[in-house]
Ligand binder design. Structure first.
Ligand code: ZN
Length: 272
């Protein structure tokens, strides 16, 4: 047997002796930096844009969740970022932006803490996400007493050519409804009304009397938690873009334009 082969064999024996000692090392509780797994970009517009479901990062040693959906809302993180950039280019100010970079396989940020994760290792990521959203909302409220809006951006694949609005049938936009009535939520100048005018099929349909929404997409934890039915909340609307709609190269411009019209016509932004 040659000398190098002997040396290799001796090395692998040494490694085998060391392995049991390595496996008894304590597992670090936090194997990631919470600030690295979310994007939080403060802004001064009366607008908060959030996207909880388009991340792909693992969270250290967190095991995969075993309950609840783990599907990624593909394209929604980029959409939120691009819309924020477009608004900044048009207005010289940007919305407060919070995008989850972590994968939904480990944390679902659009759920209450008890349902969002199954391992305490993931907790700092969940809390960092919601601390960022809460600070955006508090700042928007303080700087814009006339009203501010949170848009929670999602994607769904069940009805690929339809955009669903979720506000718990108007509950999370109570302040907006008190000021402007139901047309502000589903009239031609509403957010979904403006998107319908740009060719998107929306649900509820524009002009519908009832504020009832599709129960699958009627508004999740984020819009419910930060909505204007709470004394410290702001108007909050969940948008669930269909898979086909998310493939449109026009989507970023259309959403930014629809937001501009909606925010201006409903007193969030001053009229030009
Ligand atoms: Zn989603």
């Amino acid at each position: 047997m040659s000398e190098p082969v002997l040396r290799r064999r001796r090395r692998s024996w040494l490694l085998a002796l060391c392995l049991p000692a390595l496996s008894t090392l304590p597992i670090p509780a936090v194997a990631f930096e919470p600030a690295d797994v979310i994007l939080h970009q403060p802004g001064s517009l009366p607008l908060v844009v959030t996207a909880p479901h388009d991340g792909d990062l693992p969270l250290g040693l967190t095991p995969t969740r075993t309950r609840g959906t783990q599907v990624r809302d593909l394209g929604t993180g980029v959409l939120a970022e691009q819309v924020a950039k477009r608004l900044e280019a048009r207005l010289g100010q940007r919305p407060c932006l919070v995008v989850a970079r972590f994968s939904r396989r480990f944390v679902d940020a659009n759920r209450p803490e008890a349902d969002a994760l199954e391992s305490d290792i993931a907790l700092p990521a969940y809390r960092a996400y919601h601390a960022a959203v809460a600070s955006c909302v508090a700042r928007a409220r303080a700087q814009h007493p006339q009203g501010a809006l949170l848009v929670d951006v999602h994607g769904q694949g069940q009805v690929p050519d339809v955009l669903f609005r979720g506000t718990r049938a108007g509950l999370t936009t109570q302040a907006l409804l008190a000021r402007h009535g139901p047309a502000a939520l589903q009239g031609p100048e509403s957010l979904i009304g403006q998107l319908a005018a740009r060719g998107y099929i929306v649900h509820p349909a524009v002009g519908t009397d009832s504020l009832r929404e599709d129960p699958r997409y009627a508004g999740g934890y984020t819009v419910f938690t930060y909505g204007s039915q709470h004394p410290d909340g702001i108007d909050a609307i969940q948008l669930e873009f269909g898979a086909q709609q998310r493939r449109s190269p026009q989507l970023t411009d259309d959403v930014a334009d629809a937001l501009l019209v909606f925010l201006t016509r409903h007193g969030y932004l001053p009229k030009p």
